[in-house]
Structure formats: C-alpha cells, structure tokens
Design a protein around this ligand. Sequence first.
Ligand code: PGA
Length: 229
Amino acid sequence: MSKLIVGNWKMNGLTADSLDRAGKLAASGLHMVVCPPATQIAAVAAAVKGSKVLWGGQDCSAQGPGAFTGDIAAEMLKELGCSYVIVGHSERRQHHGETSAQVKAKAAKALAAGLTPIVCVGEVLAEREAGKHEAVVGQQLAESVPEGNVVIAYEPVWAIGTGKVASPEDIRAMHAFIRGKAGALPILYGGSVKADNAREILHTPNVDGVLVGGASLKPDEFIAIAGAG
Ligand code: PGA
C-alpha cells in the first residue's frame, strides 16, 4: 500500500513562497498532501491542480456555518477542493485548549462535509517519562475519534519541532498499540520527520505515512520524504 505523506505548513507561507513550494511539489510527480495556512489554500490548489498533490486544511470548526468569528467551517474547506483536514494537532490542544471532545466534534463535521479528518494524538514528555504514554494516547483515541473514514496521526509532543525523533522501538510499540484500537484506519507518525529518517520510519510496521511540519517547508526535502515511501 502506498504511504500517505502529509505536509503541515503551520502558520508559514505568504503567496510567493507558497506558490513556489506548490509548483515544485506538483512537478515531482509524487503523491502527497499539503496543508497550507487557510489564506493560501486557494492559491496552492490552483497551482497543484492536475498533479498528484492533494491539499487540506489545518483545522476546522466543530460548528456549522454561523456566528463564529474567525473560524472556518468544514464545508468551506470542501468548497476549496480540500481532501483532508488536520484536527486536534497538539499546538491546537495546547495553545487553544482544545479538548478531545471538541476534536471529535471537529472530525465529525469534517466527515459530514466529505473531508477525511487527520486526528492527532500524542503524549507530552512528562507523560512518557511517567510511563503513561499508552494510557494517554488510548484515552485521546477513545475520546477524539468518531466513527468513519478517519486517519490517525501519532505525534509525541516532545518530538514536534524539536529534532528529537521517537526511537524506532518507541514508534513500533506505539503504532502497534494504536493498531489494536484503530483497526484498519491509516496511522501516521509525526515529529521531526526528515529526509534522512523518513525511510526507516515509513518502513516500521503499522506506520502508514507521516505528518511532517518543518521539513515540509523545504520542497526538496519533502519530495525526498515522499520518495522514501
Ligand atoms: P515537525 O512537526 O515535523 O516540525 O516536528 C510535525 C507536526 O507538528 O505535525
């Protein structure tokens, strides 16, 4: 099965650099997904249309359209041709106080709009050091994932943007644990995935793809990651 390679640009990208990146990714001929900031989705969509690059949002509202200033409804992403939307990223859980119940509601809205939600879970360092990582992730899965065609992303919070990758054994053990809960749903790994560690991570059992932050901003590196699948 081919691997799902997702780039999360986070809050990076004005039009010129977004178009530059999108054009290079489209020219690679490889299957991948990019999640630009909301302001760049339409431009990126136009730039990659007809290529193997799909696109998605980084978040959506748990509500339908209405009086929710600053939020973006799942159907608005769908109208832009998005295939995916990330929900429950640890930066949303930490900085915006999103609870698993809210994440589940967002994922359900995404499904109802015809999007595939990428539901993020992962423990913080203190939880891993206390040996609670499986309990934490198990609870997040139970509370954040609705029934349906969902992608799970395991991202240990201590590995995000830190250059610290979970060890192959940690990834193998956690993905096996998640497989036991998630059945056949695809499971991505995220956290400091780079061109030089992607091959080993992508060939770990129960790793169906990767969710890439920092390295997805460098087209050559992201293309190398996609090529490692
Ligand atoms: P990183 O981010 O690749 O920069 O560690 C991953 C993520 O937050 O999805």
